[in-house]
Structure formats: structure tokens, C-alpha cells
Design a protein around this ligand. Structure first.
Ligand SMILES: *[C@@H]1O[C@H](CO)[C@@H](O)[C@H](O)[C@H]1NC(C)=O
Length: 136
């Protein structure tokens, strides 16, 4: 019995470790792009999940800020970003397992414009749809 528990614990650890490395995903793999379409001043970004804080970044016009991850084994992955530009700010979920179908082909693509945040799933060519407005 003890051996079985040890074995299951080991198995769980292997799965959890594997699902956190991006090269060998056993779960679906996603890439998020947050593309700055704003003129100067630079856009300030802070993106994070429960497990990973990607830190604070500033990007210039047309910079494609992107990162890749394996979805959690338990399908409870959530990444959010806070953005600030001039006097505007907005915070939203860039990825949730629940809505991962929107990011087909493993790509969640956001463009940041002065009138709001646009989104498209999949690879180019993309039809962007406005998802969020800036808050003052
Ligand atoms: C993604 O980010 C890297 C830097 O982390 C950058 O070199 C690359 O141009 C970005 N864009 C794409 C489409 O991969």
C-alpha cells in the first residue's frame, strides 16, 4: 500500500513537472501575444498567473510581447494582464482554460489600441474584435 502511494505521488510529480515545461507539453500549449499599437509614451504591462509572475514591462509601438506555456493538467490556468497608458488603465484575463477554445491553434492574440483592447484567436490573417475598453 505504501509503495502504491509512493508510486502515485511520483507519477503526480512527473505530470505536474511536465505540464510546466513548455517544450514537452502533455497538455495543450498556448502562446499569448500582446502587441502594442499605441504611439508613445510606452505601454506599461504586468502579466501573471497564479504560479508565474512575468514582471513589469514597457513596450514601444508595434512590439509583440509574447510568452508560451502549457495549460495546467487540471485545466484551471488563468493569466491576466494589467495595462497602463497615459491616464488609462485596464486589467483583464488574457487566458482562462474555460475560454481556451477562443485561442485556436494555440494562439491568443491581442492588439492594444487607443480605443481599446482587440482580440483574435489563431494565426494570421486575423479578424480582430474589440474586447475591452480602457478605464480612466
Ligand atoms: C515574441 O517575443 C520575442 C522576445 O521575447 C520577440 O523576439 C519576437 O519578435 C516576438 N514576436 C513573435 C511573433 O514571436
Amino acid at each position: 500500500m505504501k509503495n502504491l502511494i509512493n508510486f502515485l505521488t511520483l507519477l503526480a510529480c512527473v505530470f505536474l513537472t511536465m505540464s510546466r515545461t513548455t517544450t514537452g507539453c502533455i497538455t495543450p500549449k498556448f502562446t499569448i501575444h500582446v502587441v502594442n499599437k499605441l504611439p508613445s509614451p510606452q505601454l506599461k504591462l504586468h502579466c501573471a498567473s497564479k504560479n508565474d509572475d512575468l514582471g513589469y514591462k514597457t513596450t514601444s509601438e508595434n512590439y509583440d510581447y509574447n510568452w508560451t506555456f502549457c495549460e495546467s493538467f487540471w485545466s484551471n490556468t488563468l493569466f491576466f494582464c494589467s495595462l497602463a497608458w497615459k491616464n488609462n488603465h485596464v486589467k483583464f484575463d488574457v487566458f482562462t482554460s474555460k475560454k481556451s477554445d477562443d485561442c485556436f491553434d494555440g494562439t491568443c492574440y491581442y492588439e492594444i489600441w487607443d480605443d481599446g483592447i482587440y482580440f483574435a484567436g489563431g494565426d494570421a490573417p486575423r479578424i480582430l474584435q474589440k474586447k475591452y475598453d480602457w478605464q480612466q
